[in-house]
Design a protein around this ligand. Sequence first.
Ligand SMILES: CC(C)(COP(=O)(O)OP(=O)(O)OC[C@H]1O[C@@H](n2cnc3c(N)ncnc32)[C@H](O)[C@@H]1OP(=O)(O)O)[C@@H](O)C(=O)NCCC(=O)NCCS
Length: 217
Amino acid sequence: MPAELLAAALRGLHLPPGAGLAVVPLAATEQITLPARIRASAPRRRASFTAGRLAARTALRRAGLAEAEAPGMDADGLPVWPAGWRGSISHGGSLAAAIAAPAGTARLIGLDIERLVTPETARRLAPDVMPELPPGRSGLSLHHEVTRVFSAKEALFKALYPATRQFRAFSAAHADWLPEGMALTLAEDWGPDWAAGARFEAIQRVAADHVATILWR
Ligand SMILES: CC(C)(COP(=O)(O)OP(=O)(O)OC[C@H]1O[C@@H](n2cnc3c(N)ncnc32)[C@H](O)[C@@H]1OP(=O)(O)O)[C@@H](O)C(=O)NCCC(=O)NCCS
């Protein structure tokens, strides 16, 4: 099962102290109360929202909040985490995942999962997603490279957006390969506290044709 395989690949990572992590299949059987704008959306969107929220609830409970409920959604579409907690939700391919951590141990946190893109899609996306990175430098095939860089940059964006509230294009950070993930360096100022040159290290794992990225500090 892809969810179990990815969850196993993510076990034992260096996460913020007190963090909880969960991976669930998109085809979740349990229902939750949906916000009105999700209720009115297509079945796949309702399923991805539900699975993401179930993953978030499990992540919070694993982190020690035994009574946690699924986070709500704010006017900007961001999850509303319990006071004193931060987290991130992602859905990609056939999976959803979430991470939650006490705000005292994680100033920012971003999680992204992506299904591996096809070789053809990788060739099309590479110039936009990784303009700074010559293809082939990792020794991996291009579709692994593009999916990993895409996922790392999305995780970075998702980690920083709650603090900056600013949209950024894929050229706004430069990626480079690390043995267990990616280094990301801001190529422009993302806000007063996040100037060009700031560097982040993202953890990555690949399992069951999905890439998972976790970025925190
Ligand atoms: C918003 C965005 C990050 C979502 O990423 P995605 O890979 O399509 O989707 P994911 O499944 O990983 O994440 C979606 C979840 O992230 C959360 N989310 C939505 N907008 C968010 C934001 N601006 N910041 C942080 N989290 C956000 C929500 O929980 C959402 O799921 P939900 O609506 O079911 O609750 C993406 O569509 C986007 O706009 N990216 C901006 C461009 C970018 O990444 N630039 C890179 C700069 S280097």
